[in-house]
Write a protein that binds this ligand. Sequence first.
Ligand code: ZN
Length: 141
Amino acid sequence: MESPFLKKIEHIGIAVKDLDTANQLYTLLLGAEPYKSEYVESEQVNTSFFKVGESKIELLTGTSGQSAISKFIEKKGEGIHHIAFEVEDIVAEMERLKSLGFQLINDTPKRGADNKLVCFIHPRSSNGVLLELCQSIAEKE
Ligand code: ZN
């Protein structure tokens, strides 16, 4: 049975120490360059995105020691940081998951990279994996 709520794995986020080196490696691996690089001020991270079929790989590196990504790498080393699911209505989905007992990290959706509204689910309530919900923001004309 298909999930009526989570539409697809939108991307997998990977924490890396050095974005340039990781970009080169993924460009070799995929035979394609990142389609986007973006600084996300609220998270103090630099990101780059690669298209893989209908999903993406998001490489993340911290731009300060305070960044969650820097702290993650310090504790656990480089590796998979989060899995992001695409949703159509992030507010409704946050309500649904909260009522089911999932622990949300942010109470309201926040602006993430790649034109998305995002919300994170604490790994404590999801088998040790940080989950992200993301909804595309409609492009303004
Ligand atoms: Zn993400």
